[in-house]
Design a binder for this molecule. Structure first.
Ligand code: G3I
Length: 388
């Protein structure tokens, strides 16, 4: 079973007799997986001890932070265990899909708020904050959109949509992702903007227009620009961080009512390691614009990890704790939301399934809603964070 390697012996010594099984899993996993970056293996022996049973929302609140998660109305309305877990762990709720055009706009002249209203009511009933995602995006537009919306009427559709939706929840919203994922340098557009119907029909100023209309409709809501793929230190992420910073600077210089950056944080275990220095410096640059920062869609994909759940959970937990310790060091970071709370309901099951068919394990609770080491890692990160 064991290669006669010093690492395996060390791990055995570290675990002692009681942890022998874990050490075997670790050593076997290590022997099978020469391609790991070193820090992932260290996660296999890290201690994720947590003091007490306080739920994540309590640990976040103690530091002036907000913790919560996304959920789909279909899952939440039908899954009592999910309801209990969301109420126990979360201080804020965001609809996973129910506030997107695809769900709100069955026809050009018809809005269907039934599912988003249910989620807003659930949050109110359980004294949770509520945030909106997302008013302007290039994805999940309704089927009729491409037939109906054009250069002549796009502004009317954009202004009317934002006004109608934002006004409906005015005063109830902690924050809105007004514009989502507007930067894509690979699209080779001016200022690194992403190709989208909005850019095509209205030009770059659609972004500023969206924030001004949202601010008029709900002056109380924090207005957020939400973006993905900002976290790692690859060339593509570096270029994207620079383009996002320039967009935020431009919007602020024009007095646009924008208050925060949302960093989605869809992390991938065994991806290129995080460069803490580069990430931390980007957060400081955003904060220096007077903007707050929200971690809006946090999960850690284990798609590329070995099949052993014990090994996957340890590495995923290490990614959670390492990432959050960097981002929470920036006091402008005010909220952390997971994109789902339990492995039973995660977009990753569909979008990035594992080649071995094993259920993915990206979130703090397992599919039976029991806390995993990722929950410990998040609890530890909140406990170690500086008070806001
Ligand atoms: O509701 C329909 C259902 O009626 C139909 O039978 C079924 C099969 O086609 O589709 C269902 O809609 C799906 C919807 O999720 C609800 O489950 C859409 O096809 C599917 O595309 C949609 O995926 C969502 C995805 O955004 C769309 O890009 C994921 O649930 C959602 O988690 C994901 O969330 C995004 C954020 O909004 C932005 N950041 C990235 C994040 C992950 O992609």
């Amino acid at each position: 079973m064991f290669k006669n390697s010093s690492v395996s012996r060390r791990r055995l010594l570290y675990f002692g007799a009681s942890g022998l099984a874990g050490a075997i899993a670790v050593a076997v996993a290590k022997d099978r997986l020469p391609m790991y970056p070193s820090q992932a293996l260290d996660n296999l022996t890290r201690d994720f001890k947590v003091a007490g049973q306080t739920p994540l929302k309590g640990r976040a609140t103690a530091k002036g932070l907000i913790y919560g998660a996304a959920s789909g109305q279909d899952f939440l309305a039908s899954d009592k265990k999910l309801q209990a877990s969301i109420v126990r762990e979360c201080g804020i709720l965001v609809p996973e899909n129910e506030l997107k055009w695809q769900f709100l706009r069955p026809r050009p002249d018809v809005y269907d708020f039934s599912r988003s209203d249910w989620l807003a009511q659930f949050a109110r009933t359980h004294k949770m904050l509520f945030r909106g995602h997302t008013l302007v995006w290039y994805q999940q537009l309704p089927e009729w959109f491409k037939e109906v919306v054009n250069r002549q009427n796009a502004e009317k559709f954009l202004v009317e949509h934002i006004t109608t939706v934002t006004k409906r929840y005015a005063g109830q919203m902690h924050s809105w992702d007004v514009v989502n994922e507007a930067i894509e340098p690979d699209d080779r557009q001016k200022a690194g903007l992403r190709k989208s119907p909005w850019l095509e029909f209205l030009g770059p100023d659609y972004i500023e227009l969206a924030y001004r209309v949202a601010a008029q409709a709900d002056p109380k809501a924090m207005l957020v620009y939400n973006e993905n793929a900002l976290e790692y230190s690859g060339r593509k992420e570096e270029v994207k961080r620079t383009a996002v910073l320039k967009l935020l600077e431009r919007l602020k210089s024009r007095g646009t009512p924008i208050h925060a950056l949302g960093i989605q944080s869809h992390l991938v275990a065994q991806e290129a390691a995080l460069n803490a220095k580069k990430l931390r410096s980007f957060l400081s640059d955003v904060a220096s614009l007077g903007l707050k920062i929200l971690i809006t869609e946090l999960d850690v994909s284990d798609q590329k990890l070995p099949s052993d759940p014990a090994v996957r959970d340890r590495i995923v937990a290490g990614v959670y704790e390492d990432y959050l310790s960097v981002v929470l060091d920036e006091k402008a970071v005010i909220a952390v939301l997971n994109w789902g709370l339990s492995d039973r309901h995660t977009w990753l099951s569909t979008f990035t399934p594992r080649s071995d068919g094993a259920p993915v394990r990206p979130l703090p609770l397992d599919s039976s809603f029991k806390p995993k080491l990722a929950w410990n890692a998040m609890a530890r990160a909140f406990d170690q964070a500086r008070k806001r």
